[in-house]
Write a protein that binds this ligand. Structure first.
Ligand code: NAD
Length: 402
């Protein structure tokens, strides 16, 4: 007989989403055994299935490893038990057995019922106050706050495995052929085409270098984008292109370096700093085109996070990293879709801030960026391995016809 046993419950589209197979794989590959105690199969395509499993393991370490993975797959451990809480021992510090949040919709069992966890994001603590549970970053915790510990009384809904994602399922691998890029473009265009969804674009400066600015400007002008996130460089090189026709000193119309062009991005930064802000540079009539021009003219929110590489920076660039993270998180709250364009740093950072219900499309020439995003837990990501200029051009053409 196994030394350790635990009963877990799993509910949802267990068979057609492939979840049941994943659950069995986890148990076996981590050295455990299972016994199905009860399995009620949903009788229609709407009705969920429910399974009760007895998990057996030879030692506590294997059992804990299995339970941790099963919890992320939506299994509830000790279905009837209340969530366990311990006080934060100091400001910004959690008890050693703290529960680390995931990006999936999560519920905790409080006073006999399930309470939805608010402010979802991965790799944080869950704090309970009365009947309310919410995610908090370590730096925001106060001594004595009630922190969720262990795995009991927690229900995670692994969105990526839900059946309503199935129409994107064929795309969740890395995609690089032109035909498949076209398929993703068509599908994304279909989803954002009716403008019911709120779309955020996260972009690095490569978009400008590759001549993709016009595509993004068309999407902004036509109301397909509701938020722009990035770093200092996307705005710097965009404004450089608008003022001097170069990006990193390369003439965007000829692709050739211009004399003293390497100074142009610094001249652009200097102009914004002189005016006091991007909005002022537009107001005085100096900045008349480009991505930032389109964003400001449309009244869209934007947030630029600083980095160790930045020149200047622009007055708008937030150089306090905690503040930049908080600003991004606040702006991302009601976003349904994030389109990530050629920035490893900013794509992965934003991936860490959004719940898995947010459809994520990541476009990068390097497949490792998409792999990293998924390894960090952003399994809902549709990866498109292609040139960003080409992708955004195709998307804008599909949506705006030009
Ligand atoms: N002058 C400046 O202030 C300045 C200049 C550059 C970067 N930065 C800052 O440095 C940080 C990191 O910059 P980053 O996000 O550009 O770098 P990054 O390395 O994080 O990401 C660049 C990504 O672009 C991808 N890429 C390259 N060519 C591509 C193409 N043709 N199509 C699609 N993808 C392509 C790469 O594979 C890479 O993943 C940012 O915060 C940025 O603002 C500042």
């Amino acid at each position: 007989m196994a030394a350790f046993e635990k009963i877990v419950t799993s509910e949802g589209h267990l068979i057609d989403s492939g979840l049941m197979r994943q659950i069995f794989d986890v148990i076996i590959s981590d050295g455990g055994e299972f016994q199905i105690l009860n399995f009620e199969i949903g009788k229609t395509n709407q009705e969920p299935s429910k399974a009760n499993l007895k998990i057996m393991a030879g030692d506590i370490k294997s059992m804990n490893k299995i339970l941790l993975k099963l919890s992320t797959l939506g299994c509830v451990i000790d279905e009837e038990s209340e969530v366990s809480l311990k006080p934060a021992p100091a400001d910004g510090v959690v008890p050693p057995d703290f529960y680390s949040s995931t990006n999936h919709e999560t519920f905790v069992r409080l006073n006999g019922g399930w309470s939805a966890v608010e402010n979802l994001r991965m790799d944080c603590a869950v704090v309970v106050e009365g009947s309310k549970a919410s995610v908090k970053k370590f730096r925001d915790l106060k001594k004595g706050e009630q922190i969720v510990v262990g795995l009991g009384g927690i229900k995670v809904v692994p969105e990526f495995a839900e059946r309503d994602r199935a129409d994107f399922a064929f795309m969740t691998g890395e995609i690089s052929t032109e035909r498949k890029v076209r398929l993703v473009v068509d599908r994304v265009a279909e989803i954002i085409g009716d403008k019911c969804k709120r779309v955020a674009v996260v972009s690095g400066p490569v978009l400008v270098h590759t001549g993709g600015s016009n595509g993004l400007i068309k999407l902004i002008d036509n109301g397909y984008v509701q938020l722009l996130l990035g770093g200092n460089a996307i705005a710097v090189h965009d404004i450089e292109a608008a003022l001097y026709g170069t990006s990193l000193g390369i003439d965007l119309s000829t692709g050739k370096p211009v004399e003293m062009g390497h100074r142009n991005h610094l001249r652009a930064i200097n102009e914004v700093r002189r005016a006091g802000s991007i909005a002022n540079l537009i107001k005085e009539g100096t900045l008349k085109s480009g991505i930032m021009y389109a964003v400001v003219k449309k009244g869209l929110p934007f947030s630029l996070a600083g980095s160790l590489r930045d020149d200047g920076p622009l007055p708008e660039t937030i150089t306090d990293m905690n503040e930049a993270q908080d600003d991004h998180f606040r702006l991302l709250k009601n976003i349904d879709i994030v389109i990530m364009l050629s920035s490893m740093l900013h794509s992965i950072a934003v991936g860490n801030m959004i719940p898995s219900r947010v459809l994520t499309i990541c476009v990068d020439i390097n497949p490792a960026v998409i792999t990293k995003l998924k390894d960090r837990g952003s399994l809902q990501t549709i990866g498109v391995v292609t040139d960003v200029g080409l992708f955004i051009h195709m998307l804008a053409e599909k949506l705006t016809g030009s």
